[in-house]
Design a protein around this ligand. Structure first.
Ligand code: LHQ
Length: 265
């Protein structure tokens, strides 16, 4: 599949996906969502990709659903049903593929993240923002409810008190507030953001990739399980991690007092 609305660039084990509709703050059309879903599928299959950066072109990260496209749906009498179907076939697939990707996703939030654009941030594994970035649960401002996983991810990250305030008021939260609340991992000056996040991603790309995938899987599972279930699941996944070449390399390098060379196998 060739891409018109995103950029897909791989270097040094790191894939950078750039949402690329800068004049609309990278608001997502059907085309963009289908390309994004395809990009995450491709990233899963490409052994050369060991970390992914998700970012936006221009001054915004992503303003959520393209509202021009939404307006055209009003011609449909069954618009409510169409929204549900639309979510199931577009945004939900993207979010599910992000969580299922057995590689770390680092979000470089270069500007405003609104509506389901903010859901993309929340579905990433590590979140870094420019000091100019902001976060808006914009859904309520247009009479909708948070979607694309926001009702699940946001209260887990910042607690129900702050999450509901954002969801009910639709107010813009600054990068500084987001960091203080634990929504993001760090802030960088706007011009330094991409280089800083690339450096972190390159470090992660040189780590034991299979273990990183299993850590994502285990923590997502634990979010919904009892302690006993989590213990059992950890034991199952540790079985898999223990059979990787990178595990052997890690132990051997430790014993030999040298730096490990992880291949992602
Ligand atoms: C946009 C958009 C946009 C199109 C800025 N669309 N053009 C799922 C399923 C089904 C239905 C609906 O929704 C969903 C999920 C969702 O994501 S719902 C939430 C949709 N998003 C929003 O409601 C956010 C709308 N945008 C805004 O509130 C503001 O633009 C923010 C706060 C993001 C940024 O404000 P400013 O920095 O003041 O920028 P701006 O408003 O001037 O926007 C710049 C341009 O981008 C402008 O175009 P123009 O041609 O006039 O320069 C906007 O129209 C365009 N744009 N968001 N979502």
């Amino acid at each position: 599949m060739s891409y018109n609305t995103i950029l897909y660039e791989t270097a040094h084990g790191v894939l950078t996906i750039t949402l690329n509709r800068p004049d609309k703050l990278n608001a997502a059309t059907d085309e963009l969502l289908s390309e994004l879903a395809d990009a995450f599928k491709k990233a899963g299959r490409d052994a050369e990709v060991r970390a992914v950066i998700l970012t936006g072109a221009g001054r915004g990260f992503c303003a959520g659903q393209d509202l021009g496209a939404v307006q055209s749906r009003y011609e449909d009498d069954d618009a409510a049903i169409a929204f549900g179907e639309h979510l199931r076939h577009s945004w939900n697939i993207v979010i599910q593929r992000m969580r299922a990707l057995p590689k770390p996703i680092l979000c470089a939030v270069n500007g405003v993240a609104a509506g389901a654009g903010m859901s993309l941030v929340l579905a990433s594994d590590l979140r870094y923002a420019s000091d100019k970035a902001s976060f808006v649960q914009a859904f309520v401002n247009i009479g909708l409810i948070p979607d694309s996983g926001s009702t699940w991810t946001l209260p887990r990250l910042i607690g129900p008190t702050r999450a509901l305030e954002m969801m009910l008021t639709g107010r813009k939260v600054t990068a500084q507030e987001a960091e203080a609340w634990g929504m993001i991992n760090g802030i960088f000056a706007g011009e330094a953001l991409q280089d800083e996040v690339r450096a972190i991603a390159e470090r992660l790309a040189a780590m034991p990739t299979r273990a990183i995938g299993l850590i994502k899987q285990a923590t997502d599972y634990a979010a919904d399980s009892t302690l006993n279930e989590a213990l059992e699941y950890e034991a199952d996944l540790q079985d898999l991690a223990g059979r990787t070449q990178d595990h052997r390399e890690g132990v051997t390098a430790f014993i030999e007092k040298r730096k490990p060379i992880f291949t992602g196998e």
